[in-house]
Design a protein around this ligand. Structure first.
Ligand code: FEO
Length: 394
């Protein structure tokens, strides 16, 4: 793939990772692959904003070579330390040793602790800027969007925001702009990205977005470091972030369970029926048959969660335990939850589930419901009523 001019003199020089199927270890499944976006700004001075993941360094370097000799790069703006954006730095800096690396103080510290390079580093903070010629690059520190080192770069002359991880999506495509792709796929991937990566950082995201909006800076293009560039309607994704960061969600329930011989699954279906008959939308996931990244994406828009497991050795089953560990880290705010499940001779799973739901910050809407072995007709009716009661609590 060639470099792609996104505005006159500004080029996408990133890489499309068509085959990426997992991210952040295996916490995130990237069914549609991903991209690592780097942008070259050619003016009297030349700046590269972000790089790419290390295995794609040569792809980026060749794209830059198509436009300018590498040694002509004056600045490498490092918006974020994480290796998917900085992994190509060591290779790149060998080819442009005189370039100045620009980032926050935490970025300087983080890059050193990753690569131990003795690069000329210019520390910047909110309000600082660099003049390239006709264009200026201004910087806004954006700690915890996504790491403490993160910052946004803004070019006022081009009304171009380069916010690194914010507003990104794991979405590999030959298109570079939002107007070239299916809108529902794009928003689906943007939602998944926010839910699985940025959800626990919502209060900081909200503060930062409000701060940037108060600055009143005009934006006609948002070019994130993953996926598609927003130019058709950049406010669409900004408004979606505002809504997610404010914890806005629908009267909807997500049920997630793991079952050993099917009894907990039966309970899940009866509970779901009670919720449905209450006029509340419900989604049901057997965790062993489901993509956890998609489940979390569905949870972002839901008000209630029901978590079920059979009891095994007085504990919950291991797949649901792993999923709850993810949920604990996401710390969903303003949602209600409850636990359910079957057991043999001694229970235990529902209490362990409820403990974790509390640690995750969820409010417990109902005491757990649990039945011995396979629920009979009367117990199935109790599950149905439990669903109705849970729906009424939302
Ligand atoms: Fe895409 Fe936080 O790195």
């Amino acid at each position: 793939m060639k470099p792609f001019e996104i505005k006159k003199g500004i080029y996408w020089v990133g890489a499309v990772d068509w085959n990426a199927r997992s991210f952040h270890g295996h916490t995130y499944t990237t069914q549609r692959g991903t991209t690592y976006n780097a942008y070259l700004i050619v003016d009297e001075k030349i700046a590269l904003v972000d790089t790419v993941y290390g295995p794609f360094a040569n792809e980026m370097i060749e794209k830059i070579r198509d436009i300018v000799p590498l040694e002509k790069i004056d600045y490498v703006i490092a918006n974020h330390v994480e290796t998917d954006h900085s992994g190509a730095l060591p290779e790149l800096m060998k080819l442009c040793p005189k370039a100045k690396v620009v980032g926050t103080a935490k970025c300087k510290e983080g890059l050193y602790k990753h690569y131990y390079g003795n690069w000329d580093f210019q520390v910047v903070k909110t309000g600082d800027s660099i003049k390239l010629g006709k264009r200026t690059l201004s910087f806004v520190e954006a700690p915890m969007i996504h790491w403490p080192d993160s910052m946004f770069t803004y070019c006022p002359e081009e009304k171009l925001l380069l916010p690194n991880d914010a507003f990104g999506q794991h979405y590999a495509t030959s298109e570079r702009f939002d107007d070239g792709v299916d809108q529902s796929v794009l928003m689906d991937e943007a939602t998944k990205y926010y839910a699985n990566i940025l959800w626990p950082l919502g209060s900081m995201i909200l503060r930062k977005l409000e701060e940037v909006m108060k600055m009143g800076i005009p934006i006609d293009m948002i070019a994130p470091s993953h996926g598609i560039i927003w130019r058709k309607d950049p406010m669409k994704i900004v408004n979606a972030y505002l809504s997610w960061a404010k914890n806005e969600h629908a009267k909807k329930v997500v049920i997630i369970y793991e079952t050993m011989w099917g009894a907990t699954a039966k309970m899940a279906r009866a509970i779901a029926e009670g919720i449905t008959d209450s006029g509340v939308s419900v989604k049901l996931f057997d965790i062993n048959q489901s993509d956890k990244t998609e489940v979390i994406s569905q949870m972002l828009g839901a008000r209630g969660y029901l978590i079920g497991s059979s009891t095994h050795d007085n504990c919950m089953l291991p797949s649901i335990a792993g999923f709850l560990e993810l949920l604990k880290g996401l710390k969903p705010k303003g949602r209600s939850a409850a636990a359910f499940g079957s057991y043999g001779w001694a229970g235990g799973a529902v209490n362990s589930i409820e403990d974790i739901l509390k640690v995750a910050g969820l409010s417990i809407a109902l005491a757990p419901i649990s039945f011995k072995y396979v629920p009979d007709q009367n117990e199935m009716k109790k599950c149905y009523d439990y669903g109705k009661e849970f729906a009424a609590k939302l």
